[in-house]
Design a binder for this molecule. Structure first.
Ligand code: NAD
Length: 508
């Protein structure tokens, strides 16, 4: 993409980038293979969090639009898509991924403008997201059924069949990656999809749908933009949606599960976290601090699996905090379109207000801010939702800053004195999405990995990046179901058992 007219001024850069973005597509809802406004004609703005200006107006879809999308999805499923073989679906999805890769730059720009994440990180995430779709396009070809040897007088076998229409609802923090985690396996398994992206960041979902034209049959992928209590709730409570896959906050997950329960619709829920990172006294403390800093600052701390609670042995606490503070202070905070920038703004004013409120709560609770917490004042950044990454020390695990998901660059450091206490602190939280342990002792690492209640455990290095094919999901309030894994395909299918009698004395 040409970006030669970019200048030194942040606001001017963003106005030019927004102009580029507007020229890329129609950004209406995508239903039945065509762009459509909401039936009501209503729209809402998606805003650039760097300069707090509107990027585009997109349809504010409601129940009527969701009904139309679900009907279009069933038409596609009952038509040619429902008859495709895995090989055919695989080729179709690969072709689509190829086209999306050709548009990587523009998808990254849309993702960066919508969320405020550095453009270079957005490029990496778009690449990763497309890799997830490609993965499912590949592994769907290897799906097999079972033969059950329970009786001599019957041939009993199982088939895995798609649900038909799957509803997907996604959050704003990794828009394309998290969309791919859902639509990759859902489509590869043979379903048609109705996708409701987050209202803060709908642009890449709309663009990838538009770029599916002529590749995915009409109605196989439908995108309805809008708010959670309108379009989102209409998807999760729709009686003709046979499977719901949701990623977002735990309280929203409850509402989604309740709505789906009314129709006995199965759900996958990927929810929030308050993940611990336990630093044992024998750990490489500098590496542990680097890892924690990377995890709590990547994407400006807006990661479900960010290790936001460092649980550090008292003997290495001072050394750990010193390195941690150095690391979080080393970021280049600035315009995400500038390639030097490593930390962008929070996604919205609402998220800024939430994070800054928690900074006040931490101080009121008696924790000490070792660094950060101020608004960032840089030329051209005055209207953006920037905040300095913060580290709280002298904290207790029962403080709100140690128990509640802040979803910003705020680390809380708690100390422990023995193994039992470390595990108790790690598990003393409602969530159970991820955890890290830092130790040079292999046995201790395995023991802690077994004792901590979390869906993913990282030893020493916390990449925080889900590796394609490795299961990802939560214990406790962090959700139910696993994404990213090969088995995830099964979550988008239902099993059917076929019994065929076998004559004991066949007459020829
Ligand atoms: P959110 O729950 O506010 O919104 C997520 C999506 O749900 C949005 O599309 C929203 O419009 C929709 N929604 C809201 N109310 C709804 C309702 N009543 N019915 C149906 N849909 C509704 O979450 P968010 O603020 O967008 O995202 C941040 C949250 O997502 C954090 O808690 C984070 O930890 C979590 N998250 C989890 C994972 C994971 O894999 N476990 C990954 C990323 C984010």
């Amino acid at each position: 993409m040409e970006r030669e007219h970019y200048t030194e001024s942040v606001r001017e850069n963003h106005r030019n980038a927004i102009e580029d973005a507007r020229a890329l597509g129609t950004f209406d809802a995508w239903i039945g293979g065509e762009s459509r406004p909401a039936e009501s004609g209503a729209t809402f703005e998606t805003r650039d969090p760097v300069v707090d200006e509107p990027i585009l107006s997109v349809p504010r879809c409601d129940g009527a639009d969701v009904d139309a999308a679900v009907d279009a999805a069933w038409d596609a499923y009952d038509g040619e898509w429902g008859q495709t073989t895995p090989v055919e679906r695989s080729r179709t999805l690969q072709e689509w991924v190829g086209v999306l890769r050709d548009h990587l730059d523009e998808l990254a720009l849309l993702e960066s403008l919508d969320t405020g994440k550095p453009l270079s990180y957005a490029e990496g995430e778009v690449t990763k997201g497309l890799d997830f779709i490609e993965y499912y396009a590949n592994v769907c070809r290897a799906e097999e059924g079972k033969q059950i040897a329970a009786a001599n007088d019957a041939h009993i076998y199982t088939r895995r069949e798609p649900y038909g229409v799957v509803g997907c609802v996604t959050p704003w923090n990794y828009p394309l990656v998290l969309t791919s985690w859902k639509i990759g396996p859902a489509l590869a398994a043979g379903n048609a999809v109705v996708l409701k992206p987050a209202e803060q960041s709908p642009l890449t979902a709309l663009r990838i749908a538009e770029l599916s034209e002529g590749i995915l049959p009409d109605g196989v992928l439908n995108v309805v933009t809008g708010f959670g209590d309108e379009a989102g709730a209409s998807v999760s409570g729709h009686e003709d949606v046979r499977k719901v896959s949701f990623t977002g906050e735990d309280v929203t997950g409850e509402a989604v599960m309740t709505a789906a329960a009314a129709n006995i619709t199965p759900v996958t829920l990927e929810l929030g976290g308050k993940s611990p990172f336990v630093v044992f006294p024998d750990a490489d403390v500098e590496q542990a601090a680097e890892t924690v800093a990377g995890s709590i600052t990547y994407n400006t701390g807006q990661s479900c699996d960010a290790c936001s609670r460092a649980i550090v042995h008292e003997d290495v606490r001072d050394e750990f905090v010193e390195h941690l503070v150095d690391e979080v202070e080393s970021h280049t905070i600035g315009d995400p379109l500038d390639e030097e920038t490593t930390l962008g703004p929070l996604v919205s004013k609402a998220q800024y207000d939430k994070v800054t409120e928690y900074l006040g709560i931490g101080v009121d609770e008696g924790a000490t801010l070792a660094t950060g917490g101020d608004a960032v004042v840089g030329e051209g950044l005055e209207d953006g939702w920037f905040v300095e990454p913060a580290v709280f020390v002298d904290a207790d695990n029962d403080m709100r800053i140690a128990q509640e998901e802040i979803f910003g660059p705020v680390e809380t450091v708690v100390t422990f004195s023995d193994y039992e206490e470390a595990i108790e602190l790690a598990n003393d939280v409602e969530f159970g999405l991820a955890a890290g342990v830092a130790t040079e002792n292999g046995s201790l690492a395995h023991r802690a990995a077994a004792d901590i209640d979390a869906g993913s455990i990282w030893v020493n290095k916390y990449y925080g990046r889900t590796v394609t094919g490795s299961p990802f999901g939560g214990f406790k309030r962090s959700g139910t179901g696993r994404e990213c894994a090969r088995d995830t395909l099964e979550a988008y299918t239902q099993e059917k058992t076929v019994h065929v009698p076998i004559e004991q004395d066949p007459t020829l």
